[in-house]
Design a protein around this ligand. Structure first.
Ligand SMILES: NC(=O)c1ccc[n+]([C@@H]2O[C@H](COP(=O)([O-])OP(=O)(O)OC[C@H]3O[C@@H](n4cnc5c(N)ncnc54)[C@H](OP(=O)(O)O)[C@@H]3O)[C@@H](O)[C@H]2O)c1
Length: 317
């Protein structure tokens, strides 16, 4: 048996209950992970309320263990798994898995949705990396096709995706204008190597972008919506590109002369390999603002409403 936080039906935070559950069994293409850290993502309430179940059209099984993001150690591997073995430190994406997510001592997940933890990172930090890291990289690489020497604005640069995207874009040799949240966000993102950082709640984004790239920006990665995103798009050059992950509230509107694309952070072994290679190219910060015990998962989801830098996490030991 194991400790887990699960729901018996979709709904509010009050549905989340710590409980004992059987350790899940592995299928041939799966690994059993002893969870060290579970990321608490801004999308977790959407999972709890049944949003993903509806969106993906999946038949839900209860009790449903929450948590799409996490890291730990491989305890067991299925017969068909070749690239991972018992004892490997792994991180991965485990969204709407009928066998349960990362809010538990153990999870059985598809091996293809996991990868070895980059050498430069602790297992704890890797616990909040998978969803936002893959989403940051898919945005910069597959969607925006960012090239060395190009200018990019990253909106929400002190948030989960944003703080990873700033470092990945610098590693891809782009010039980065980072739009962070609050003075603490600005100081934090400066330490990540952005070329210029402003506070998007207090400073004029369009003016800062025009100073940074007088001919217009080549690209923008938008992890927040609303007026700030509209200003970022206005600062693009003709033929410039903007991308935002599905889920961003008040998403930007299409605009003539620029390409605005929405996308998802879908995992596959090639994207994990590229993410690990970029991360291992030098010092890399994955920032956990606050940790909570597994049993306090409801409190952690409440804390998603607050201002914080980077990510929140549950620690299992
Ligand atoms: N489709 C996918 O595959 C996928 C995957 C991951 C995430 N997502 C979505 O992508 C979005 C971002 O995810 P995330 O994990 O990065 O969330 P997050 O940590 O909440 O990041 C968003 C950041 O934007 C900041 N922000 C908001 N308005 C701003 C402004 N005007 N200027 C500067 N910063 C501003 C927020 O700070 P304050 O709160 O302090 O303002 C927050 O730090 C979410 O909507 C999430 O659901 C989608």
């Amino acid at each position: 048996m194991m400790r887990a936080v699960a729901i018996d039906e979709f709904g509010g935070i009050e549905k989340m209950k710590p409980r004992q559950m059987p350790v899940p069994e592995v299928d041939p293409d799966e690994i059993l992970v002893r969870v060290d850290t579970a990321g608490v993502g801004v999308w977790d309430p959407f999972e709890r309320e049944g949003g993903f179940a509806k969106e993906f059209g999946v038949e839900s099984t209860f009790p449903h263990v929450l948590g799409a993001d996490g890291a730990g150690t491989v305890e067991e591997v299925g017969d068909k798994v070749r690239d991972l073995k018992r004892g490997d430190r792994v991180y991965g994406i485990n969204l709407m898995n009928p066998k349960g997510g990362f809010y538990a001592e153990y999870t059985a997940m598809k091996a293809d949705n996991a990868a070895k933890v980059p050498r430069a990172l602790s297992t704890r930090d890797a616990g909040v990396l998978a969803v936002d890291g893959i989403t940051a990289l898919n945005g910069l690489d597959k969607t925006l096709q960012l090239k060395a020497g190009e200018s990019i604005l990253i909106l929400g640069a002190s948030g989960g995706i944003g703080h990873l995207a700033v470092q990945l874009a610098k590693r891809m040799k782009a010039r980065v204008l980072a739009v962070a949240s609050g003075q603490d966000g600005v100081e934090f993102v400066k330490s990540l190597g952005a070329d210029k950082v402003i506070d998007g709640h207090r400073e004029d984004i369009l003016k800062a972008a025009r100073e940074f790239a007088p001919e217009g920006l080549d690209a923008a990665l938008l992890t927040a919506g609303g007026n700030a995103a509209e200003q970022a798009i206005e600062a693009l050059r003709k033929g410039g590109r903007a991308a935002y992950p599905n889920g961003v509230e008040d998403p930007p509107k299409p605009r003539e002369g620029v390409k605005v694309t929405s996308y998802n952070g879908e995992p596959d072994p090639q994207t994990f390999a590229k993410l690990n290679e970029l991360i291992d190219g030098g010092p890399f910060q994955v920032h956990i603002a606050q940790t909570f015990k597994l049993e306090d998962a409801a409190q952690a989801q409440r804390a998603l409403e607050n201002h914080y830098l980077g990510k929140l996490a549950l620690v299992l030991n």
